[in-house]
Design a protein around this ligand. Structure first.
Ligand code: PAF
Length: 273
C-alpha cells in the first residue's frame, strides 16, 4: 500500500491504475464503519484509494477542528488490513490556497437539519470532494448512510455538475449495543456512551412502531422524544429523500433523522425507512 502526500504523487499513482478505481474519503480516526466502506470498494474495484484529511473548511469557528481525533498510524494499519492500494494524506496547504472558488451546496438541502447549527458545513464538504474527485477521477465513491444529509447533497452535486463518478451509499455500521459508529464517539466516557445508546433505541422504537402500522410522523417523534429524555435533542426529523418534512411515513421514501447532544458531543443517527 502506498502513502501519498502530494497531489503530484496522487496523480502519478492514478495514472498507473487500470480498470475501476474506488475512492473512500475520510477524516481519519477510522473505525469499523470506514473499514466497511473500504472493503466494499476493494471488492468492487481494481484499485482503492482512501483519503485521510481533516478538512478545515467544513468546520465552523468554535467547532472541534483542533481536537478532532487524529490517529494516522492506526488509520494506515486499518487501510492496509482492508487491502486499500493507496492512502492520500495531504497537508492542508497542499489542498487549499488563498482566494479560492468554493462549491456551494444548494440552500434547500444544506440550510435544514445539520445546516441549522452548522451553516456552511456542507459547502466545505462539497468543495473538498470536488477537489478530490478532480484529482482522483474515481469510478465509484463510497459514503456512509449515517451522514444522510451529506450523502443526499453529494448525490445532488454529482448530478448537477455532471461529475463522472458513481456514488455508492453504504449502510450504517453499529456497535453490538446499537450505537452508530462515529469518530466522535471517542469523546464519550463510559457514562456518556451508555446515554448515547438512547439514540439508536429511539430509532428502534420508531422502526417497531412503523412495523406495527404507525405511520404518523407526530406520533413517531413523540415516542422517540420520550426515549431520548433527558438528553438535549437538537432535532428529530422525518423527511423524504429531498429532505422535505413529511407528515406520514412513506415506506421506501422516508428517512428519520436524530441529532442529540450527549454532554458536549453532538451525535447524529438515522433510519432509512
Ligand atoms: O464524512 C466525512 O468524514 C467528511 O465529511 C468527508 C466526506 C470525508 C469530507 O471531508
Amino acid at each position: 500500500m502506498q502513502i501519498l502526500k502530494t497531489i503530484q504523487e496522487l496523480r502519478d499513482f492514478r495514472a498507473k491504475c487500470s480498470g475501476d478505481v474506488g475512492f473512500v474519503a475520510t477524516m481519519g480516526a477510522l473505525h469499523a464503519g470506514h473499514a466497511q466502506l473500504i472493503k466494499t470498494s476493494v471488492s468492487q474495484n481494481n484499485h482503492t484509494i482512501v483519503s485521510i484529511f481533516v478538512n478545515p473548511t467544513q468546520f465552523l469557528p468554535g467547532e472541534d477542528l483542533s481536537r478532532y481525533p487524529r490517529t494516522p498510524e492506526a488509520d494506515i494499519k486499518i487501510c492496509q488490513l482492508c487491502q486499500a492500494d493507496a492512502v492520500f494524506m495531504p497537508e492542508v496547504d497542499e489542498i487549499y490556497n488563498q482566494n479560492e472558488i468554493k462549491i456551494l451546496a444548494p440552500k434547500e438541502l444544506s440550510s435544514t437539519l445539520e445546516g441549522v447549527t452548522r451553516p456552511g458545513h456542507f459547502d466545505g464538504v462539497c468543495t473538498i470532494l470536488t477537489k478530490f474527485f478532480n484529482i482522483i477521477n474515481p469510478t465509484n465513491a463510497y459514503f456512509g448512510k449515517k451522514d444522510a444529509q451529506q450523502l443526499i447533497i453529494i448525490e445532488n452535486m454529482v448530478k448537477s455538475l455532471f461529475m463522472n463518478v458513481n456514488i455508492v451509499p453504504i449502510d450504517i455500521v453499529r456497535s453490538s449495543d446499537g450505537l452508530a459508529l462515529s469518530s466522535r464517539n471517542s469523546y464519550l466516557n463510559d457514562d456518556e456512551l451508555a446515554q448515547a445508546l438512547k439514540i439508536s433505541r429511539s430509532l428502534m422504537k420508531a422502526s417497531n412502531l412503523i412495523k406495527a402500522g404507525e405511520l404518523s410522523s407526530i406520533e413517531i417523534k413523540k415516542a422517540m422524544s420520550s426515549i431520548l429524555e433527558p438528553l438535549r435533542v437538537d432535532y428529530i426529523a422525518i423527511v423524504d429523500k429531498n429532505l422535505n418534512p413529511v407528515d406520514k411515513i412513506e415506506l421506501g421514501n422516508s428517512i428519520i433523522l436524530v441529532a442529540v447532544y450527549v454532554k458536549n458531543t453532538r451525535l447524529i443517527d438515522n433510519l432509512w425507512v
